[in-house]
Design a protein around this ligand. Structure first.
Ligand code: ADP
Ligand SMILES: N[C@@H](CCOP(=O)(O)O)C(=O)O
Length: 319
């Protein structure tokens, strides 16, 4: 459960008076998510998501995320922009944290996507990339390739507390990925989501109703976004089994909406290995450093070591 910061009902009711959204009816902490504190807020005017930004989201980055969401919403993409207050402000402070009131979108995130759902999600990413070609905002990837070795070093030998021998395995992954990563100008760069896991795609049946959680969005290789999606969607939870059907459906759907160049397609395996390393490292760090009293379910880093091996050994491929 991701609620790091509690908001008393009186404080929330007072906060909502800044907006034209009616009066507070109910508020519930949201179980899903690991990064921020999220609440489902009902008012006499409708439903909203209240997000308090924690640890990895820097307040200075919020204007980029909000501009990205406003741009995508303006292009008709299914994303939830922030609700402005009566003075047009989207970014606020609540309980000492940066906070936004966000439009609520219908839909549920799927745990076991079908091929049809994977294809729809791939299409949604392709359409989002198309809509972002006109977006000029820029943000470096704070969880990108330059951060991986420092993060590995910060985890250090404590990795062996997660599983004996993990430090050496992680070191080999870092060496391989950094040694084979495409040079900065080798592939097209653009604004990307960078975390489009199934839990960040809301669906009703095979229709995508929402793309959410843009708080890792950044400028990076565009094809890296598809690689992240492939690593997140086409395996079972512990990363032991890969589904060619799901993986191929994602890529097929994506290419129905946005073209992949030959160079991007050829780079997908190393981009996927980089994605596995990135999520392995952030999960390992969180595993070792999440406060004992945080209402959050830690995510298993080994599931990303397992995925990495599939790509490294050619058992997971790109259509
Ligand atoms: N705009 C939204 N509309 C509907 N539900 C949302 C919206 N934003 C977030 N949620 C719900 O809150 C959960 C956590 O949000 P998310 O942004 O993924 O959190 P975190 O940043 O902590 O990972 C989502 O899985 C979803 O259930
Ligand atoms: N998707 C990442 C963690 C980031 O959490 P999210 O809830 O913001 O998607 C992972 O699974 O490690």
């Amino acid at each position: 459960m991701a609620v790091y910061t509690q908001v008393p009902a009186e404080t929330l009711a007072e906060f909502l008076t800044r907006f034209d959204v009616g009066e507070l009816v109910s508020a519930k902490g949201i179980a899903e998510g690991v990064e921020n504190s999220n609440f489902l807020v009902e008012t006499t005017g409708g439903r909203f998501i209240l997000t308090l930004y924690e640890k990895r989201v820097a307040a200075d980055d919020l204007p980029f995320f909000m501009a990205l969401l406003d741009h995508l919403a303006g292009e008709g993409q299914p994303v939830p922009p922030a609700v402005p207050d009566r003075n047009g402000r989207e970014i606020h402070e609540l309980q000492g944290r940066p906070a936004c009131l966000i439009q609520f979108l219908p839909g549920v995130s799927v745990s076991h996507p079908t091929a049809g759902q994977a294809r729809a999600a791939g299409r949604a990413m392709g359409a989002m990339h198309g809509a972002l070609t006109g977006f000029s905002g820029w943000r470096p990837n704070s969880m990108g390739v330059d951060s991986w070795k420092p993060l590995f070093e910060r985890c250090g030998s404590a990795l062996d507390q997660i599983r004996p021998g993990l430090y050496g395995q992680a070191e080999a992954m870092v060496d391989h990925v950094l040694g084979h990563w495409p040079s900065a100008d080798a592939l097209p760069r653009a604004a990307i989501h960078a975390d489009l896991f199934p839990d960040n795609v809301l669906m009703l049946g095979e229709t995508v109703t929402g793309l959410i959680d843009f708080y890792f969005a950044c400028t990076d290789f565009r094809a890296y976004d598809l690689a992240v999606m492939h690593t997140a969607w086409s395996f079972d939870a512990d990363g032991r089994n890969w589904s060619a059907e799901i993986g191929d459906s994602l890529v097929k759907g994506y290419c129905e909406r946005f073209a992949l160049s030959e160079a991007e397609h050829a780079a997908l395996p190393i981009l996927a290995m980089g994605s596995c390393l990135r999520f392995f490292l952030s999960r390992a760090w969180d595993w070792l450093n999440t406060p004992a009293d945080a209402m959050v379910t830690r995510k298993d880093p080994i599931a990303y070591l397992n995925r990495y091996r599939h790509y490294a050994e050619g058992r997971a491929r790109f259509a």
